[in-house]
Design a protein around this ligand. Sequence first.
Ligand SMILES: Cc1cc2nc3c(=O)[nH]c(=O)nc-3n(C[C@H](O)[C@H](O)[C@H](O)COP(=O)(O)O)c2cc1C
Length: 196
Amino acid sequence: MKEIIDRRSIRKYKSDAVDKKDIEIIIKAGILAPSAKNRQPWKYIVYTDEPKNHLLDEMEKGLIRERDGKQLLPKSQNGLPDAFHTLKIMREAPVLIIVENTNGQSPYKSIDADGRITEICDILSIGASIQNILLAATELGYGTLWIANTCFAYDELVDFIGISGQLVGAISLGYSDEHPNPRPRKSVEEIIEYRV
Ligand SMILES: Cc1cc2nc3c(=O)[nH]c(=O)nc-3n(C[C@H](O)[C@H](O)[C@H](O)COP(=O)(O)O)c2cc1C
């Protein structure tokens, strides 16, 4: 419970490097998550230093294309300023972990109902794995941010990274340079319905 309560989304990082051994411990927590049919459909690609800078240059190209050129997510344009802000955070964090659904496909491809059910189960599994990662990082004294704003540069990032599955998002990791208050939560009364 301590890590569940203490975890925050961290958007300011110190430049100090993260120990590779800690990255392994943190990702090992991810593989302990439950997964649908034990498919374990996750892959984590760890970026630091120059490779991370190049990756984020590609993401920036995608965000600029989405803003000034061909819009692949036209109904989500109001999320773009936040995506540029997230990009800044990703540049600052010393480590960026790309999250791949090895069983998934591009959101620009159509999907039937069976495929959607499988995708929902795989994404839920990956969500559980990501949360394990965030909590393990919190226990080791690191800050993290769960990132989905990679979606605006989906094709650019997939091409650059060489992903054959589905790009789910990313996790930034590093020592926190802020102490945010807890974000508001719905009350338990609001979200539980008893039928007893
Ligand atoms: C699936 C998912 C995607 C998210 N994507 C982003 C993102 O791209 N950029 C960002 O700044 N925060 C992102 N967040 C963080 C949320 O904004 C944050 O979890 C929420 O506001 C609650 O704050 P807390 O994590 O500090 O409790 C994401 C969180 C989740 C679960």
